[in-house]
Design a protein around this ligand. Structure first.
Ligand code: SIN
Length: 276
């Protein structure tokens, strides 16, 4: 039987046990969807899925996005982005340094990701390589009324143009991603709750604002989000499927000793709608 146990006092981030995602089951799906909306991020423990199982389960939440980095996708399963430091023939099979800063997935697209599902196939034996999550709904709620008024109507420009450890986007990939602006505060289309919507180093500036003022305001907001009460630090176990709601959270992958340990994960990404 499915059980959902919140792992923080604020209800942000919950653990789901008793699920078997190889089963295509309506009741199980409904319980997981409800937990995801209620808690923002869930970890579904003890899974042993094939890529097809993960794709089928993820598709229940909406169409899947194919990541622009086609060389880092699982062969034969382009819906799966490889987050991995494994190598084959001297080359990384996937992204060894995915998400090493606060961000929300695909914020640089017109319709950013609704949610991402990251399945841990191998995790570092010393317990490192955590992923940190930030509850952007609670962070918004805790702003002063003056700050909420100031943010009203402001938009941020998101562009994916940074370099990864082992490569940069090629010209054609960069052309496909001109960047988009989105509100700094968005209303969740399913829960109706407002959340801060920031993108770390992919959020370049606040549209129409003087550069110094834009940097200062964004720094204030990131500083506010760093408060412990908004952050949950997930320590991975092999077989965890973590499913985060990109519409109301940010996440940040922590470094680990990648010369000593393997961290190998499959990510599927559900396409969302235009933030409003
Ligand atoms: C990501 O940002 O998708 C990767 C997160 C992680 O590897 O922990």
């Amino acid at each position: 039987m499915i059980q959902v146990n919140p792992l923080s006092d604020t209800n942000f981030f919950a653990e789901v046990t008793g699920a078997d995602l190889k089963r295509d089951d309506d009741e199980q799906f409904a319980a997981i969807k409800a937990a995801h909306l209620k808690h923002g991020v869930i970890v579904i423990r003890g899974q042993s899925m094939t890529p097809d199982d993960q794709i089928r389960f993820s598709r229940r939440f909406g169409p899947l996005a194919i990541h622009v980095l086609e060389d880092q996708l699982l062969e034969g399963h382009p819906e799966i982005l490889l987050v991995s430091n494994k190598t084959e023939d001297g080359r990384y099979v996937g992204l060894p340094d995915a998400g090493r800063f606060w961000h929300t997935d695909q914020s640089y697209e017109e319709k950013p990701a609704l949610g991402s599902l990251l399945f841990a196939i191998e995790v570092p034996a010393d317990g490192s390589g955590d992923t940190w999550f930030c509850d952007m709904t609670s962070a918004y709620d805790a702003l002063t009324d003056d700050m909420k008024t100031r943010l009203d109507g402001l938009r941020g420009k998101h562009i994916y143009n940074h370099s990864h450890e082992n490569f940069s986007l090629n010209g054609e990939q960069q052309d496909r991603l001109p960047g988009y602006d989105h509100p700094l505060v968005r209303t969740h289309p399913e829960t109706g709750r407002k959340a801060l919507y920031l993108g770390g180093k992919l959020l370049k500036f606040i549209v129409g604002m003087d550069e110094t003022e834009s940097v200062m305001l964004l720094n204030d907001l990131y500083g506010h989000c760093q408060d412990d009460r908004f952050i949950y630090k997930h320590k991975w176990r092999q077989g965890d499927l973590v499913f985060w709601d990109n519409r109301c959270t940010m996440h940040y992958a922590q470094p680990y000793d990648d010369k000593r340990y393997t961290r190998h994960m499959h990510r599927t990404t559900v396409q969302g709608d235009r933030p409003a």
